[in-house]
Structure formats: structure tokens, C-alpha cells
Design a binder for this molecule. Structure first.
Ligand code: ZN
Ligand code: ZN
Length: 414
């Protein structure tokens, strides 16, 4: 690695994850699920957590190549198998109060040549066993964070023209910049950024729009918003009132759509990598909240399987606004990774909504949540529709509208 002060930057990145992302408290355990090729960062994170007084940091390692080997050689009827106890272990740690970190480092096309039926079966088995973890995250039961540090397999897809080592370095440089790690005091810079996002989401919550109208080339979509919806973004609070930041980097403010009130068509503006398969140039048409038509230039089968994972997978669970000139968008890189791409662009998610996006939501059962418009599914998949040509209107209670975004930028100041 020829990046100047790489070790030092890696340490700052780790500190940012532990102090701002997770805000690990003295005496609080940390449970981490991480891919093996991110080990150098995970070791720095572990060091930072112990230095803050965590009594135990437990890492569950996942090797993506082992997953690929399974898809190559395992018996064709075996892909519903999953060792659920591994995820049960995470659930138990979270219930006992541990902070939870996911360190992903996906190869966007890891499983592209594998049997799609098997990929879909293994994905469903994983989603089924992961469900309790997703529910605890939806309630912000503890501080939780997702990060995606660069890996060689990922870097070569982002910079296909550049050779391996150079591609990895280039991606690290970008990630350090976008995570503001190359600035003097990243922790302080982040606290200010989070406060700004906080003002924006407060303003939108107070507007109490009944819906949003999204318009761009290929997109004309009305998304209903349930009464009592809350815009989130930037920082969140755990059930014990600790501040945390679920995604680093983050540029979005988001809320939950009313699951039955989406009408019209939305066109994607960035490719979507879904469990190792690419879906590109796609559009979804909704009626009474549900996807009734879809098409994609690439990966249409994967897209169809995705929205048919279970019945609620065909309904929306999130609408998020990100100005087109966000730092990630300005980098002009397609990261093929939702954690970065979703923060470059307005996006929607099919599948589960977050209960914290609704007043009183975290205390509701899934049935109560559904009654007021909240979706619960085995999946939550973000896809990007934002661009410099997007206009967003807010629909007020009396049916009149006002501009929220024009040509991809905020239409009102803070
Ligand atoms: Zn989002
Ligand atoms: Zn999302």
C-alpha cells in the first residue's frame, strides 16, 4: 500500500466506527460479523473498542470464497440449510445489550455464474434466520453500524481499467475521503455533519406530508406517507438513549412509505448489486402499493425473485432523499455497493420498513405496524432513482403541493 500514512488513516477510520458509528460505552460488549478480507480494519476496531472500555469484542468471521465454493460443489437440494445458531448467537448478544457491527466487503459479482435457484434458496434461508436481528435493528434496540471497507475483489469491479493493487489503493483513497477520514479531526467533522442532517430531518417531520410526488425521466411515482411518520437520518438513538450512526458514510434522510399507497412507475438510475448478481436499468410499476410490473435490461430474473421473496417484498419500506451534489455523488463513481451508492442518490427500498420511522412504531407488533401502513418482509433492498433531473414535491394535508427538491437539490434552506 503506497497511500501516505495508510496505517494512521486506517486507525482513524476504526476510531470513527467505534466512537461515532457505534459509540461503544465502557462496560458494553461488542459483537461483530465481518468478512475475512477486512481483517486489518477489524483488528484496529477491536483495539479501539477495548481502549474505550469494552469488556469483550467477539468477531464472527465469514469467508465469501467459501460461500462460492458451496455454490459450486454442494448437493443441489441442500441450499435451504443454514446453521441458524450463528445468527442466534448475535441475537442473544444484542438482547444482552452488546453493540452490533457488520463489516461487509462484498464482491458485487461473486455468485454471478452460479445456479440462480440455489442462490435464491440460500439467500432465503439466511434471511429467515437473520430476521430477529433485523427486528432488533428496526427497534434500535442497541447501537448498530454497517461499514464496507475496500477489498481487492470489490475494487477491481469499481475500477476495471486499473490493475489490482492500484484499484484497491484508489478505492481506499475514495473511501477515506467520503468517510471524511482524511480531515484533521474526523470525529468532530462527523458530529457537525450529523447535526446538519438532524436539522433537515426535523424540518421534514414537522411538515407532516401525506405523500411525495417523484418526477424524473422514466419516473412518475406517488408515494403515500402514513400519519405519524418520522424522518430519520444521520444519527439515531438506541433504546438506552445512546447516540449512534448506523451507516458510515451517510448522507440520507429517510422515512417509511405507507405500504398500500404507492402508485406509478420508478426507473433506476444506478445498477444494483443483489447478493452477488447485478441488476441494471430497471423499472418497477406499483399499484395500491404493490409491484405489478417490472423490467430490467440486465438481471430481470434476479429482480423478479427479489420482489417475490415473500408477499411484502413487493411493497416499499423506505423512501430516502439525498441531494444530487452529495460528496459521494460528486465522486462520480458507481460503487456497485448500496452503502455508498444509496448515499449518492435518492432511493427507495422494497421490503421491510424501519419501525423507528413511525411514532410509537418500536412498541408495535408486526400486525399493528401493518395496520397503519408499515411493511414487514424478509428483505430490505435499497435501489437508486435519484439524478440531477429529479423533482420531488411534498403533498400537504389539504392536497396542495410544495417543492422539496428541484433538479436533484433541496428546494429549501435549513
Ligand atoms: Zn436508505
Ligand atoms: Zn435502506
Amino acid at each position: 500500500m503506497t497511500i501516505t500514512n495508510f496505517e494512521e488513516k486506517l486507525k482513524k477510520y476504526a476510531e470513527l466506527v467505534v466512537k461515532v458509528g457505534l459509540n461503544v460505552q465502557p462496560g458494553q460488549k461488542l459483537i461483530v460479523r465481518a468478512v475475512t478480507n477486512t481483517a486489518p480494519l477489524v483488528r484496529e476496531i477491536t483495539a479501539a473498542a477495548y481502549q474505550l472500555g469494552s469488556p469483550l469484542v467477539t468477531i464472527l468471521w465469514v469467508d465469501e470464497q467459501v460461500n462460492k465454493i458451496r455454490h459450486k460443489y454442494a448437493p443441489r437440494d441442500s441450499f435451504g440449510e443454514y446453521s441458524g445458531w450463528m445468527l442466534d448467537g448475535i441475537t442473544q448478544e444484542i438482547r444482552e445489550g452488546a453493540a452490533f457491527l457488520q463489516v461487509a466487503g462484498p464482491d458485487p459479482e461473486l455468485l454471478k455464474d452460479m445456479d440462480p435457484e440455489a442462490v435464491s434458496a440460500s439467500r432465503s434461508a439466511f434471511a429467515k434466520y437473520r430476521k430477529p436481528i433485523g427486528e432488533l435493528q428496526g427497534q434500535n434496540a442497541v447501537q448498530w453500524t454497517v461499514v464496507c471497507p475496500p477489498t481487492p475483489d470489490w475494487a477491481k469491479h469499481v475500477f476495471p481499467e486499473t490493475d489490482g493493487d492500484a484499484a484497491l489503493e484508489l478505492l481506499w483513497e475514495k473511501v477515506f475521503t467520503l468517510c471524511r477520514v482524511d480531515q484533521d479531526n474526523p470525529v468532530a467533522v462527523w458530529r457537525k455533519h450529523i447535526a446538519d442532517l438532524g436539522k433537515r430531518r426535523k424540518m421534514l417531520t414537522e411538515k407532516a406530508y401525506t405523500g411525495l410526488h417523484l418526477r424524473a425521466p422514466g419516473t412518475d411515482l406517488k408515494v403515500g406517507l402514513p400519519a405519524g411518520h418520522i424522518w430519520a437520518g444521520g444519527g439515531a438513538k438506541s433504546s438506552k438513549d445512546y447516540d449512534f450512526v448506523a451507516n458510515i458514510p451517510t448522507e440520507e434522510v429517510f422515512t417509511l412509505p405507507h405500504k398500500d399507497q404507492t402508485e406509478g412507475t420508478v426507473a433506476s438510475t444506478k445498477p444494483l448489486s443483489y447478493y452477488g448478481s447485478m441488476i441494471e436499468n430497471f423499472s418497477l410499476t406499483f399499484s395500491k402499493g404493490k409491484v405489478v410490473e417490472l423490467s430490467a435490461e440486465k438481471g430481470e430474473d434476479v429482480l423478479r425473485k427479489m420482489v417475490e421473496t415473500d408477499d411484502p417484498a413487493g411493497f416499499l419500506g423506505e423512501v430516502a432523499l439525498v441531494p444530487h451534489l452529495s460528496p459521494i455523488s460528486q465522486s462520480n463513481i458507481v460503487f456497485l455497493n448500496s452503502l455508498y451508492d444509496e448515499n449518492a442518490s435518492c432511493h427507495l427500498a422494497v421490503g421491510s420498513a424501519y419501525k423507528f420511522n413511525l411514532e410509537g412504531g418500536p412498541a408495535m407488533s408486526n400486525e399493528e405496524f401493518a395496520e397503519v401502513g408499515g411493511n414487514t418482509s424478509l428483505i430490505h433492498v435499497d435501489f437508486m432513482f435519484g439524478s440531477g433531473e429529479l423533482d420531488v414535491d411534498g403533498i400537504l394535508a389539504d392536497g396542495t403541493t410544495e417543492p422539496v427538491m428541484r433538479a436533484g437539490e433541496w428546494a429549501f434552506d435549513l
